[in-house]
Design a protein. Sequence first.
Length: 224
Amino acid sequence: MSDLYDTHEQGERVKSWLRENGSAIVMGLVLAFGLMFGFKQFQSWETGKRQQASAEYQVMLDLLESGNLDAAVPNYTVLKSDFPNSAYTSMAALMMAKARLKAGQVDLAASALTLAMENAQPEPMKVIATARLARVRLNQGDTDAAQTLLDGVGSEKGFEAQFAELRGDIYLAKGENELAIQSYRESLEQLEQGVGNRAYLTIKLEALGAVVGANSDGSDGGEM
């Protein structure tokens, strides 16, 4: 009888607790299922966006590779407006800049590189875009702008040789030959064996009167 009373008392307590907290439980379940459903919807939406961005990029790339620059512009425009933070847009900007430069449209190429640099994903894309934009500014004769871009890039990890050579080219354009030699040497030191144009760097150094060792292990000069 005592056990029955305890069971009955416990049941009444459960009923009382449910009366007091039942609405909160229901609301919690509703929210939980709603969040679960919403997250799945968000995942589906994100997947759809990635697929659309990928499709726009691929069409643009195919058109550029076939030489149809003007036809590729609408796809590039869609990527910029609808997917500004997508890695596909960063890659598209780099490819568009290359095509613009080939077509002699330097200002439009610089604009595309600026977009890639400011919105680049992943991070190495920013480094590549910065180096290319600095090269464009250097070719335009704006050595200060090129130098500022290189100084503001942050990490050069993985691109040390390229940046050292580019700095050498900037110093050379400024008439600072000793700094140019130093940068070219640093570029050679950073180059991995079989990577980069060592012969061209050697020519640059020799043209400045620098002594380049007979061995090409990268200890005497630089190339980008």
